[in-house]
Write a protein that binds this ligand. Structure first.
Ligand SMILES: Cc1ncc(COP(=O)(O)O)c(C=O)c1O
Length: 461
């Protein structure tokens, strides 16, 4: 290894970067320390079995789908799932039955799917094999998992939960109910997001014995590297130890700091950080207090601009920015000093002399919102499964002339972060008009190959 790099990262990390061998164990066929570490993780998270992942919850979503559904099976999925869910659909060949999450028109963001939506979906599509949920959302809003578990299992369906943002839930009574406690058959946690494992580290938990373990084991063998990085695996074990032994105390400190900071931010004119008052709104069953969504439109900044200012002027990197908000994560590693800097940064921003034109009644954003254009266009007809569209021959055509074509990419405006169209769906005139207006208003569209969406990838005719 390059000596300067080795000096920088330290000898120990290199000393434990070993290949699978007896005494060290093999992630794909664990019989020794990794087996024990995974058993301890299952005990800590209340699962029957836990598996370490080294390619994030992205691979977790792919593995869940590949385990639970077969080509042609139907699976109920929220429309606002992370893109790795679509990867799972492409790989498994399953057919999505989309569930619309609740859109909060005041905060202009998406919340969770409600039990009512799941019940309706199961009634309209009794042939789905599984219900897949995302909880919590990017903004820290959690779904009513217990009610949805009763509905899914009552109807004989599997319940899969993308709990990428909630690996800490299981370890503190003031946090939302964890997916394992709610009885999900499979769930995933990005242990690297809210806990202390290295980047890319995640876990997949199984509970209840409804999924085939032999299938899951084969899927993991297919998806995980045969050369897993041992420091990453060790960091997963240590993150588990930290939570199992001092999780509640560490999280209590984090929750207190986040609550105090949220209150201080809310005292700054022009700023709003939602909190417990949101509970009970449609799609908001519970809230993760460690995520602070700062709505900055009252300052005359977009979330993107605020995020840039925080980074450049204050050396603060936020987790997410959208048109109206930035999201700050408070984790067990967040210091009081960092919280102070965040409050100071927003206080300064509030003193900036901004003209509020963009959000003024004549501004394009307000016009768009008042005209009700924030309402998402109808979900377009699915003409092909995501897998078929992904694998089909494709071409680029002008977006404004693309109505009637089958889309081969996902187009997701932020906010609210819900795909307007997914691979295999027909581009409608309504969608073309909606997205062109969004682009004009400065909204970022995620997913297309061409960011400016002048061209869109469609299935060749
Ligand atoms: C809801 C959700 N699921 C899955 C993922 C993918 O997680 P990872 O980055 O650990 O691969 C993300 C990433 O942000 C996410 O937000």
């Amino acid at each position: 290894m390059d000596l300067a790099f080795r000096e920088f990262v330290g000898d120990n990390i290199c000393a434990i970067d070993l290949t699978p061998m007896p005494g060290i164990d093999d992630l794909l066929q664990p019989t020794e320390s990794i087996k024990e570490a995974q058993e301890l993780a299952a005990e800590a998270w209340g699962a029957d079995h836990s598996f370490f992942l080294i390619n994030g919850s992205t691979s977790g979503n792919q593995c869940m789908m590949m385990t639970a559904v077969n080509p042609g099976d139907k699976i109920a999925v929220p429309r606002n799932s992370h893109k790795s869910m679509l990867g799972g659909l492409v790989m498994s060949g399953a057919e999505p039955v989309y569930m619309q999450p609740e859109v909060d028109e005041e905060l202009r963001m998406d919340h969770c799917v409600t039990p009512e939506t799941v019940a309706r979906t199961l009634q309209q599509h009794p042939d789905v094999t599984a219900v897949y949920l995302v909880s919590p959302t990017y903004y820290g809003v959690a779904a009513d998992l217990a009610s949805i578990e009763t509905l899914a299992h009552g109807a004989g369906k599997l319940l899969l939960v993308d709990e990428a943002w909630g690996p800490h839930f299981h370890f503190h009574p003031s946090l939302p109910l964890s997916a394992t406690r709610a009885g999900a058959d499979l769930c995933i946690n990005s242990t690297h997001k809210m806990l202390s494992a290295f980047s890319q580290c995640a876990m997949l938990h199984e509970k209840g014995g409804r999924v085939r373990l032999d299938r899951l084991a084969s899927v993991l063998k297919m998806f995980l590297s045969t050369s897993p990085n041992l420091p990453m695996i060790a960091s997963l074990d240590v993150a588990r130890k930290q939570m199992a032994t001092e999780g509640e105390a560490l999280l209590s400190r984090t929750i207190d700091l986040a609550r105090e900071t949220r209150a201080r931010l809310n005292d700054i004119p022009g700023i709003y950080c939602f909190g417990e008052e949101l509970r009970g709104r449609k799609g908001v069953f519970a809230l993760d207090p460690t995520k602070i969504t700062v709505t900055v439109r009252g300052l005359g900044y977009t979330g993107y601009e605020a995020s840039e200012i925080l980074r450049r002027r204050h050396n603060i990197q936020v987790e997410l920015a959208d048109l109206f908000n930035v999201v700050a994560l408070f984790t067990i590693g967040t210091t009081r000093d960092a919280a102070e800097r965040l409050v100071h940064a927003f206080s300064e921003m509030a003193r900036d002399d901004r003209d509020l034109d963009m959000f003024a009644p004549s501004g394009i954003l307000e016009q768009r919102l008042r005209r009700g254009n924030f309402r998402l266009p109808a979900v377009p007809p699915m003409r092909m499964r995501p897998r078929e569209a992904f694998l089909a021959a494709t071409e680029f055509v002008k977006f404004r002339e693309s109505a009637g074509r089958i889309c081969a990419e996902t187009l997701t405006p932020y906010p609210p972060g819900i795909p307007v169209i997914a691979p295999g769906e027909e581009i409608t005139g309504e969608i073309v008009d909606y997205l062109r207006l969004e682009l004009k208003a400065g909204v970022r569209i995620q997913g297309p190959y061409h960011d400016d969406l002048r061209l869109v990838r469609v299935v060749k005719e």
